[in-house]
Design a protein around this ligand. Structure first.
Ligand SMILES: [Zn+2]
Ligand SMILES: [Zn+2]
Length: 64
């Protein structure tokens, strides 16, 4: 079985694959307990913030 290198670190073996982007990651760029890579966590945080802004905007317009 050939070892797949991490997409971010060519000299590291990809021991994990992300549940969201399905890409191979090493332990350095992967959040093991959630099964999601760091770049997807970052994207998720941005997405949650955008949803929060939209929801607060809807709440404001509903109040006025
Ligand atoms: Zn990912
Ligand atoms: Zn890596």
């Amino acid at each position: 079985m050939p070892a797949t290198p991490c997409i971010h670190h060519e000299d590291c073996n990809a021991d994990y694959s992300c549940l969201i982007c399905k890409k191979d990651h090493c332990s350095e760029c992967f959040h093991v307990s959630s099964g999601i890579c760091h770049s997807c966590i970052y994207k998720g945080i941005i997405l949650i913030m955008v949803i929060m802004v939209i929801l607060s905007y809807i709440a404001w317009t509903a109040l006025l």
